[in-house]
Design a protein around this ligand. Structure first.
Ligand code: TXA
Ligand code: MG
Length: 355
């Protein structure tokens, strides 16, 4: 299949393709999404096929209005309403009990649906053209690095999807924060563009925000190996950076990487911003860039272990989880040190995930 590269002025053609049951990559403020009409079963199937994503990992429904939200969910607690009012359109996804009209294919058989109103005019206009909005997971092959530029999508999905609409680089740069709103208080399933602190400070003490897998929620997409470059990524504390670099040099393993200060020994080294939001905006683009270079290993200086770096650290940990150095076997390489709870989760995309 020919994959069209469309300018945002060509959105009407993209909408026509979507109405014909094709899948089209659309920009959002977080990452590019692979959109399809949720009411067209074949189109939804194509999303899973194009991404090579397991069917058990549900999709996010992108709505353009509160009416579309109300049409999709049975109801929502006060705190969910408050979150939507404050952060929509924006990088926040709410998990709510679904109505029967929402197909169980997109929710992987679950009784809940993840809904988000993205802050990008292209996605909003496209979602408004469909009765239920659009489903859209991140537009990357399963477990690979998410796309923040149309070129990233084109490179990895050309020939597998009908079109990519160019909406410029994504301004948030990592996926939305996913909040389970099915209980008495909010439960953050995936950290992302809105920080836990922002959520807590909006809701106040009456709604303590929990984080991690919610007890009653199935979190299918939380793949440990997510957002992965094609070469091993090693996440290393600042104080161990010099020793790890030396070790690689002695073993004649070429490396590129990211850190907070220059690194003269690396083949390529990206100096990243010291603010978590700015870092997040650039992260996937830098990883795509480094992944296309000839170095064998990606070394990343770990960001601080403070809460505001939670979402960035999560993505880096997942990106590093499958790293096997040249000359090493693929034994137990769970560098990201997932704890027992995370091990019980399924994966992918991270659902809270990564996909
Ligand atoms: O920023 C984002 O959220 C991007 C853009 C395109 O909107 N989308 C995105 O979708 O990251 P995706 O599919 O790559 O990740 C969404 C995660 C998946 O891991 C999925 O398992 C989880 O959300 N999810 C979807 N529906 C769910 C549900 N009902 N309950 C719990 N998790 C759910
Ligand atoms: Mg994803």
């Amino acid at each position: 299949m020919e994959t069209k590269f469309l300018d945002s002025s060509e959105l009407p053609l993209a909408i026509t393709l979507l109405k014909q049951g094709e899948v089209v990559a659309l920009p959002t403020e977080t990452v590019y999404g692979l959109a399809a009409d949720p009411q067209n079963q074949e189109a939804v199937d194509k999303v899973f096929t194009a991404k090579k994503r397991p069917k058990g990992n549900p999709l996010i429904l992108h709505v353009a209005s509160f009416q579309q939200l109300q049409n999709a969910v049975l109801g929502f607690p006060d705190y969910a309403k408050c979150l939507a009012k404050a952060f929509w359109p924006g990088p926040l996804t709410l998990v709510l009990p679904k109505k029967d009209t929402v197909s169980s294919e997109i929710t992987a058989g679950q009784k809940t649906v993840a809904v988000r109103m993205a802050n990008h005019p292209t996605m909003l206009e496209a979602a408004a053209a469909f009765e239920q909005g659009l489903v859209a997971p991140s537009a990357n092959p399963y477990t690979k690095i998410s796309p923040t530029k149309p070129e990233h999508v084109f490179k990895s999905l050309e020939g597998r999807i009908a079109a990519v609409v160019d909406g410029g680089p994504c301004l948030v740069g990592i996926e939305s924060t996913i909040v389970d709103c099915t209980g008495d208080h909010p439960w953050v399933l995936r950290e992302g563009g809105i920080s836990i602190e922002e959520i807590q400070s909006l809701l106040g003490d009456s709604y303590p925000v929990q984080k991690g897998p919610a007890p009653k929620t199935v979190v299918p997409g939380q793949h440990k190996k997510h957002y992965s470059p094609s070469k091993p990524l090693i996440l290393v504390d600042s104080m161990d950076l010099a020793a790890k670099s030396l070790e690689l040099l002695e073993r004649k393993i070429s490396f590129c990487g990211l850190g907070f200060t220059e690194h003269p020994k690396a083949d390529f080294w990206g100096v990243m911003p010291g603010s978590p939001k700015e870092y997040a905006r650039l992260l996937y683009d830098k990883l795509h860039e480094i992944d296309s270079l000839t170095c064998e290993v990606i070394l990343v200086e770990s960001p601080p272990y403070t809460p505001e770096w939670g979402a960035v650290r999560d993505r880096l940990k997942r990106a590093s989880s499958a790293g096997v150095l040249p000359g090493e076997s693929n034994g137990n390489k769970e560098r990201c040190g997932r704890d027992g709870v995370e091990k019980r989760l399924g994966d992918d995309e991270g659902s809270l995930r990564g996909s």
